[in-house]
Design a protein around this ligand. Structure first.
Ligand code: ZN
Length: 125
């Protein structure tokens, strides 16, 4: 299992515990919950506290080599929206697979817990 470092708290964790962020063409930061986007990525725990730390301590700026165009609160909201979409998409695929236990079920559980964690705490802009 590949290990990644959270750009917020600097803890090392498996990639299923972290969310991938990528830099958009507009210089903004985009969530990439399925980790499919090409280009430089950064990994962060799906927690408001880690996202705040990443913005405050410069972890995101270092990962993307430049100034950030996004506030932690806006990034949290983007991440929540991206997770919600990914949850809908994954549960559709899981239903089609007959709710079989396996990677899709585990992925869905991980996404749901990420969404729940992101919903706690408050990121200030
Ligand atoms: Zn973290």
């Amino acid at each position: 299992m590949p290990q990644r470092t959270c750009v917020g708290c600097r803890e090392v964790a498996g990639r299923e515990a972290l969310l991938r962020l990528v830099r958009g063409a507009d210089g903004g930061v985009r969530p990439d919950p399925a980790a499919r986007q090409p280009g430089r990525g950064a990994w962060v725990h799906p927690r408001a506290t880690c996202i705040e730390l990443a913005a405050k301590r410069g972890g995101l700026q270092r990962a993307f080599r430049g100034a950030l165009q996004v506030t932690p609160a806006a990034l949290c909201a983007d991440l929540r929206a991206a997770l919600a979409e990914e949850i809908v998409e994954t549960s559709r695929r899981w239903e089609r697979a007959g709710r079989a236990p396996g990677p899709l079920g585990r992925r869905l559980a991980a996404l749901r817990s990420a969404e729940a964690e992101l919903g706690t705490g408050s990121a200030k802009s």
